[in-house]
Design a protein around this ligand. Structure first.
Ligand SMILES: [Zn+2]
Length: 249
């Protein structure tokens, strides 16, 4: 299995131990996702050197502040672009960032344009912003995108233009057997799905730990298998192939 989205730098355990436990559980690769400038630098200096680990670079919408210089962000991304398997996570968050929407959009669009210029896929964080999100991403239909921690309906996926759109599910889905997100899980083409933990957040149902970690990503695969009436093996095979091709790993 591949955990396509984790924040190892936010887990309060030794990273080698975390990755070893993941490997033991059958998780042979982890995509370590940046959220701000300090985590981009840690990715480059620490996580890029770890086995079975790929890194991304990008500014999360809730890490966007007036004092953050967009030029500096783009210069850092540009200097290390070859090290990143994706630009992310980037996006919009109108639930917790309502006071900051205009600046979030500027950072989001600039990083999308950067990804386009460098032919990199993007990892998108999208919360309570479906309409603005669609208006923006449909101007970048040629950029490969994964909507991480997918939390909206199937209609959103259908409204995305182009054939470069992917979605990934977290442990959040393991708490539901019906509803709009589960309906999307059932309907989105299998070759557009990926699995992720978003560790240390979103502990899957039935896992009794203080913080989530990549070793638990199989619970999401099992839930997709149950909902789509497929075997667990088929889900982990197909989502891994999709992740390998999406991130070129
Ligand atoms: Zn995340």
């Amino acid at each position: 299995m591949i955990d396509t989205h984790a924040h190892l730098h936010l887990i309060n355990r030794n990273t080698e131990d975390v990755l070893a436990a993941a490997k033991e559980a059958g998780v042979y690769h982890v995509v370590q996702v940046a959220i701000d400038l300090p985590s981009i630098h840690r990715n480059l200096n620490e996580y890029a050197l770890m086995p079975n680990c790929s890194i991304t670079g990008g500014i999360h919408p809730l890490s966007v502040f007036d004092s953050l210089e967009l030029d500096e962000v783009l210069a850092v991304l540009n200097a290390h672009v070859e090290a990143f398997v994706a630009i992310g996570e980037i996006g919009l968050d109108y639930k917790y960032g309502k006071d900051n929407m205009a600046l979030q959009k500027i950072f989001f669009e600039s990083q999308l344009a950067f990804a386009r210029a460098h032919e990199k896929p993007v990892i998108i964080h999208s919360r309570h912003c479906d309409e603005d999100m669609l208006n923006i991403v449909n101007q970048y239909s040629d950029v490969k995108k994964v909507f991480h921690c997918y939390a909206t309906n199937y209609a959103f996926f259908e409204a995305l233009e182009g054939d470069q759109n992917y979605i990934s599910f977290t442990g959040m889905v393991t708490y539901a057997k019906k509803g709009k997100v589960i309906n999307a899980m059932r309907k989105v083409p299998m070759n557009r799905l990926m699995i992720e933990t978003d560790a240390p957040y979103l502990i899957p149902r039935g896992v009794d730990v203080a913080q989530n970690s990549p070793e638990h990503v199989g619970h999401i695969a099992q839930h997709i298998a149950d909902i789509r009436e497929m075997s667990f093996e088929d889900v982990i095979d197909q989502t891994a192939k999709t992740a390998q091709s999406f991130f070129s790993i």
